[in-house]
Structure formats: C-alpha cells, structure tokens
Design a binder for this molecule. Structure first.
Ligand code: AMP
Length: 397
C-alpha cells in the first residue's frame, strides 16, 4: 500500500486544512486526557514550521448536525495553545465567513481551530456541497485522523477529492504499523484476539485466518469456541447461537493452515466481583455453578512459549475480565511477555481496538509494544480487511 505523505505536498504560504481527531475526553468542562492532542502535534508543528497556515478540522462528540454549545471545540483550541505555548486562533464555524476571516487573520506558520464539523448535518452525510464549503478554505488537505477514517464523512473523505491531499504523520505511523503487522509481516504471525463476544469479532477472525499463522482466542469469546467443541463451561458468558460460526472459523482456519489456539485451563469464580473466591481448573472440570473469567497458568505458559518463536504479534481484546482483579492476571502476564520480547527486538507488536488500550495499560505493557493504536472502530475494520474510505482517498496512484 502506497499513500501520499507530507513530502508530496508543497505547503509554504498555503492554507492547509488538517483533519485531526480532537475528540478528547472531558469531565466537568475539563479535558481529562490530552493524548489525542499530543499525538497530532508532530503534523501540526511540521506544517507550521514549513510556513503553512494550519487550519484544524475535527469532530467532537455527537451533536448530530446541530450546534450544541457543550460540544464546542473552543476549549480544545485553548488547550492546544497552552500545550504549544503560542496563540492558536478559533473560528465559530468551520465554513463560511467566520472561518474565512479567522483564517485570513492567521499568519503563515500559525494555527487556527475551526468549530466542530459535526455541527453541520452535511458532515456525516458526506454532502458534496458541505465538502465544497470546507475545501473553499484551503489549498491542500492533510488527513491525520486514522481513528475517523472508517467513516466516509465530508471532512474525512469528501474533501480529499477536492484538494491535493496527503496523510499526516500520525496517520502515516498508524498505516505503517498496521501494514507491518498485517500486510507485510515477518512470520510466524500470532494474532491474540480476546474480548467479550464472538459475534462482534467474526469478521476479524475470518480475515485473520487468511493472514496469520496462529490465532490465540481468549476472553469471553473463547467460551463459545469451547462450548462449540463440546466442553462444559458452567455459567460462563457464551453465545450458544454462535457455535456453528465458531466451528466454521475453525474449519476456515484449518483450510488456510492457521492454527486456532484455545485455553487449556481457566480461572473460575461463582461471581464476577472483586475479591470473589476463584480457582484454577482444567477445561474438563469447569463446575456447573461457576464461570470462566480468565485463562489459567498452563494457558499462560503455552502462550509464552509460542511467543518465543513468533516474529509478529497483532493484539485485540483482553484474555480475561481484566477490569476486576485477579481476572487480569492472564492478560497481564501475556502482555508483559509481548512487551519484553518487543523490547529485546525479537518481536514486532501492534495492538489496538476497544478495550485493548486500557487492558495493556493496566498490564503496564503498553509503552513497550511497537505500536498501540488509539483508534477503536477504524483499527477493527482494518483487521477485518476492509478498505477504510478515509485511507482510500490518500492512496498514491
Ligand atoms: P471487547 O470490547 O469485545 O474487547 O470486550 C472486552 C470485555 O470483555 C471486557 O470488559 C472484559 O471484562 C470482557 N471479558 C473478557 N473475558 C471475559 C470472560 N471470560 N467473561 C466475561 N467477560 C469477559
């Protein structure tokens, strides 16, 4: 996959529209985590340093095409200004005169944040007229919101047809990491897929069977596979109606030479509660009145030894109910092993999607993975093998 990057754009003296994801978490009007702003800085600073007028576009919350004052990007513009230690302009609308005059007031090398693109219904509809109105304020477009690239919206997709366009540095890093793990990986590749439900991961599993050498299935979704294989799983979370689908995945995997790895033991408890009495059992011995909440020590050892010979790991979803101790032990041990092997240079490891980021952070392992994507839905759609509309528009010819 070849895509355009900042090297492909001439930005000096140009108005450059940059789509970022500034959908930061806010509590009581205060930004509680600036990670999304921090991750955009490389692109914003590079463009400003190269003499562009940097015009920032983002969504924030779900205002559904209405102006919702609580979902204004003004506080985010202020936070960006504070982080950069220099003024950042703000326009009360992302199109029209308000935007044009704020941009006219922005010096070359300066930055201005335009108001929430989702205040206009045309954004999520990918309305060509709205895309045109956005594009009217720029000479070039930079897409730096991988996490929004699975949506064909005006500011992620429509606009890129109207202006010279390229990936920003964050988008570039995401695409390079995902390509290294899934498109051109060093083999053997192990995919670790956990989480609550098989039904939400069917497309992921189906695609991975064609791409990787082993799929380690953990978390609640492993229960459905165990049930489909005739094991007693007590009161465990299980989607019995998905048993045929689980068997079909096992068959597809076998046809592609991909091994499905299920747990060999489990940590069980009578209730999913902090401090609930728990014990380790073999998978033939799960008591009828208990539930599987984590993988057991034999499974952990098995995964550790498999990781020793792996070259690439792709990780999505926890191996157990990690939010409640001690059911985070399996996820922690395996994530720490991946982190250690990555630090030694033995492994390329890429993770992302849903609860994965917090599960790896809880394990203290996130910093040592090769790359942890902050994108949820976009990461999952990528590992389902889908073409993301916001990526398709920045591919090189
Ligand atoms: P997902 O959003 O699909 O990645 O699922 C993450 C959720 O799966 C977390 O909230 C975990 O608590 C839950 N989970 C993982 N393993 C189990 C399990 N064995 N039983 C119940 N829930 C689980």
């Amino acid at each position: 996959m070849r895509f355009k990057t900042l090297e492909d754009l001439d930005v000096r003296g140009k108005r450059v529209l940059v789509r970022v994801d500034f959908n930061v978490p806010v509590r009581d009007g205060k930004i509680t985590d600036t990670t999304r702003i921090d991750r955009a800085l490389a692109t914003l600073n590079e463009l400003a340093g190269n003499g562009a007028k940097v015009i920032i576009l983002s969504h924030f919350g779900r205002p559904k095409g209405q102006v919702v004052p609580d979902m204004s990007l003004r506080p985010v513009a202020e936070a960006l200004s504070e982080i950069l230690g220099k003024p950042v302009g703000f326009a009360g609308d992302c199109i029209g005169d308000a935007a044009a005059s704020a941009i006219a007031d922005t010096p070359e090398g300066g930055m201005v944040v335009l108001e929430n693109v989702r205040f206009h219904a045309g954004e999520e509809k990918n309305d060509p007229e709205f895309a045109k109105a956005l594009a009217a304020n720029g000479d070039a477009f930079v897409s730096d919101a991988f996490s929004a690239a699975h949506r064909a919206h005006a500011s992620t997709e429509g606009i890129a047809h109207l202006l010279p366009s390229a990936a920003g540095r964050l988008m570039q890093t995401e695409l390079e990491a995902l390509s290294a793990a899934l498109e051109t990986p060093a083999h053997p590749v192990i995919a670790v897929v956990g989480g609550a439900k098989v039904s939400s991961k069917m497309a992921v599993l189906g695609h991975l069977t064609q791409k990787v050498d082993q799929i380690v299935i953990g978390g609640g979704m492993a229960n459905t596979f165990l049930y489909a294989g005739g094991m007693g799983i007590g009161k465990s979370l299980c989607e019995k109606e998905m048993a045929d689908d689980a068997r079909a995945i096992i068959e597809t995997a076998a046809a592609h030479g991909c091994e499905i790895v299920l747990p060999s033991d489990a940590v069980v408890a009578a209730a999913f509660e902090e401090g609930a009495a728990s014990k380790t059992v073999g998978l033939n011995d799960v008591p009828d009145d208990m539930m599987i909440l984590d993988i057991g020590p034999a499974s952990i050892d098995d995964l550790k030894s498999r990781l020793q010979s792996a070259k690439t790991v792709l990780w999505n979803g926890p191996l157990g109910a990690f939010e409640v101790k001690p059911f985070d032990a399996g996820t922690n041990a395996v994530a720490q092993e991946v982190a250690a092997l990555t630090s030694k240079g033995q492994l390329l490891s890429v993770a992302g999607g849903g609860d994965t980021v917090s599960a790896l952070a809880n394990a203290g392992a996130a910093d040592d993975f090769s790359y942890v994507s902050a994108a949820g839905g976009a990461f999952l759609e990528w590992i389902e093998g889908k073409t993301l509309p916001g990526v398709a528009v920045i591919l090189a010819d």
